[in-house]
Write a protein that binds this ligand. Structure first.
Ligand code: UD1
Ligand code: UDP
Length: 360
């Protein structure tokens, strides 16, 4: 049996791992390396528990610091594991520092790299994840694209050979776990003091954690002012990156319409997506989930990350500006149920089939 080392480290990667690993382990020996990038219980362990992901074989304990420090430390530690394990392939997901560190460590050891969620491009190197995506795609031996537009970017960069459209594992996960919701997942919703939060009947669901929106008070406060002006409460599970800033702003300015919560598990998050009136986010994953659920979404970001979600205004970009966000939330949208650009919910099977062909 061929051995595949999979490197993950951040919340969205655990979700993709859950669906891909389940199929991969039928055909391959998987050795799971967790870099440690996300480490709080509700940013890491909760996903392994509720999504039945096997325990990592290694946890490298690398987190925080500058991008260079984090990536450098991961690179060193992943290399040590790869020298020990001698895998036939390395598998990575998405665009975090863990993704790029894994890919670089492997390619330097002449281990073929396989990249799931290849081909996403914003067109700016100012976005830290863009650097990770470009580097990872260009050192990979196999690339799997979630959408036709991602395939097109790979073609324009001359790396369409060994690139395949498989559909999006986030769509696989959304379909699989939506069927397994029963309302009990909402007990994850707790305020910053750990007290359980009752879900309002009508509410908006917001997540906001990007460096670009949360590293200064000014932009985050514009987003908060827009949320404060809405006609129903806003449920906002906060990423640890901006926990302190969010708490200081909401308390300091006396905002009453924003319900701050700790990060929730995946099932709770997709349950919130399905129950919310509308979604406000800067997350790559959440804007797709809003689309999967047929929910109007406003993405507070300067760049289109998932163009397919933008058709018919289902998802619109807004500046971190109160008036712009409110205007986009009030705009008309229409969903075409026949338009399914993220595949058929079986991307994991297609990915594993292509990996088998690679070895054959
Ligand atoms: C990372 C990804 C981003 C992705 C996000 C998913 C990169 C460059 N960015 O951003 O693409 O959208 O994950 O959530 O890799 N922290 C904690 N506890 C945790 C996790 C993080 O306190 O469990 C703190 C870290 O110590 C750090 C800050 O949050 O100070 C930011 O974490 P980091 O992993 O650097 O970046 P993310 O914003 O999570
Ligand atoms: N998510 C979650 N708990 C939360 C907020 C988000 O499980 O408190 C889920 C969300 O439903 C989506 C994924 O995390 O599946 C997106 O991850 P994130 O926004 O951290 O990263 P991105 O997708 O932007 O890289």
């Amino acid at each position: 049996m061929k051995k595949i080392c999979t490197v993950v480290g951040a919340r969205p990667q655990f979700i993709k791992l859950a669906v891909v690993s389940r199929v991969l382990r039928r055909e391959f020996q998987e050795v799971l390396i967790h870099t440690g990038q996300h480490y709080d219980h509700n940013m890491s362990e909760v996903f392994f528990e509720e999504m039945d992901i096997p325990k990592p074989d290694y946890n490298l304990g690398v987190s925080g610091g500058s991008h260079g420090q984090m990536t450098g430390q991961m690179l060193m530690k992943i290399e040590e594991v790869l020298l020990e394990e001698k895998p036939d392939m390395l598998l990575v997901f998405g665009d975090t520092n863990s993704t790029m560190a894994g890919a670089l460590a492997a390619v330097k050891l002449h281990i073929p790299v396989c990249h799931v969620e290849a081909g996403g491009r914003l067109g700016t190197l100012d976005n830290p994840e863009e650097v990770n995506r470009i580097v990872t795609d260009h050192v990979s031996a196999l690339r799997f694209a979630c959408t036709a537009s991602a395939m097109e970017f790979l073609r324009r960069e001359g790396i369409e050979g060994s690139s395949y459209f498989t559909g999006d594992p986030m769509y696989d996960a959304f379909r699989y776990y939506t069927e397994r919701l029963d309302g009990s997942e909402l007990s994850d919703l707790v305020d910053f003091a750990g007290k359980s939060l009752a879900l309002p009947e009508t509410f908006y669901y917001m997540t906001c954690h990007r460096q670009e929106n949360t590293d200064t008070d000014e932009k985050l406060d514009q987003i908060f002012q827009a949320m404060e002006a809405l006609d129903a409460p806003v449920v906002y599970p906060v990423h640890p990156r901006n926990h302190n800033r969010a708490e200081r702003l909401v308390t300091g300015k006396g905002y009453r319409n924003i319900l701050l919560a700790g990060p929730v598990g995946y099932k709770c998050s997709i349950s919130l997506v399905s129950r919310a009136e509308k979604i406000v986010t800067d997350s790559g994953g959440l804007q797709r989930e809003a689309f999967f659920a047929g929910k109007h979404c406003v993405t507070v970001f300067d760049y289109v990350a998932w163009p397919e979600t933008m058709v018919n205004g289902c998802n619109r970009l807004a500046k971190p500006d109160k008036a712009d966000i409110l205007q986009k939330l009030g705009a008309e949208v229409s969903f075409d149920p026949a338009y399914r650009p993220f595949g058929d919910g079986h991307s994991a099977e297609k990915i594993v089939e292509k990996i088998k062909e690679f070895f054959a």
